[in-house]
Design a protein around this ligand. Structure first.
Ligand code: NI
Length: 251
């Protein structure tokens, strides 16, 4: 069994969403809605499928748009038992003209909600390693933290792991030119990793160039097994129990 711990199962992205979900009928998925417009669709989806859970939260790109009342809407959805985390939330300094202070404020408010509702957090962090680390530190060991699509250095990985964070590993691991992430996967023990696809983005080899979907997760598991000299089954077993523990899944 496998758990795709991070994907975006949205009708706008997939004409054949039902088929894509059907391929994963013996497995689990955690779908993430990161803007107000997509929250309700996720709630409907997790109601229809027992093997899909959700995370919900305001992406840092929403920082310019969100209003304080929007957090109340978020709280309403957090009462749903199948919403197992808040995310993706975090910091993204990639584009010019972003308001870092607003991003931090939005991030911190959602970390506080995670404490209040005892939910995991799924972190999106780009070009903002140190600020992300410093903001997360006070929450370490109080809430489960996942760094989705981990993309920073090995040194930062060590620091985040010391805070009890799990690193989400997806299709990037299979890219031919990717060295850093492969080193990280080799270096740290399996207990620190979760598998994810980030579908519809970041398709792994050999599916690069086509739209990603949760069933492609096995290419990531295969690559992880190869890099660590383990059987694919061992990777699946350990990362599945990591995900169950991190998101407190009732499975
Ligand atoms: Ni994502």
């Amino acid at each position: 069994m496998v758990i795709d711990t991070h994907c975006h199962l949205e009708k706008e992205q997939y004409e054949n969403l039902e088929e894509i979900i059907e391929k994963m009928k013996d497995h689990y998925m955690i779908s993430s809605a990161c803007s107000k417009e997509t929250f309700q669709e996720l709630i409907d989806l997790i109601k229809d499928y027992p093997n899909i859970y959700g995370t919900i939260g305001f992406h840092p790109e929403e920082a310019g748009k969100y209003q304080k009342e929007d957090l109340l809407l978020l709280e309403k959805y957090l009462e749903n038992k199948k919403i197992v985390g808040i995310g993706e939330i975090g910091l993204d300094y990639h584009y010019e003209g972003i308001n870092k202070e607003k991003q931090k404020e939005l991030f911190l408010s959602q970390l506080d909600l995670a404490l209040k509702y005892k939910k995991a957090v799924v972190i999106h962090s780009r070009d903002a390693a140190l600020d992300t680390y410093n903001l997360l530190k006070p929450y370490a060991f109080k809430i489960p933290i996942v760094l989705h699509c981990y993309s920073y250095s090995k040194e930062m990985a060590e620091k985040f792991i010391e805070l009890g964070c799990k690193l989400g590993i997806g299709g990037v691991l299979t890219f031919k030119n990717e060295k850093k992430l492969k080193e990280i996967v080799k270096e740290f023990s399996l207990e620190n990793f979760l598998l994810e696809t980030d579908s519809p983005y970041l398709s792994p080899e050999p599916k690069r160039g086509i739209k990603n979907e949760p069933s492609h997760i096995f290419y990531v598991a295969q690559k992880m097994a190869e890099l660590k000299g383990l059987k694919e089954e061992e990777v699946l077993n350990q990362t599945t129990s990591n995900a169950i523990a991190q998101f407190d899944l009732p499975i």
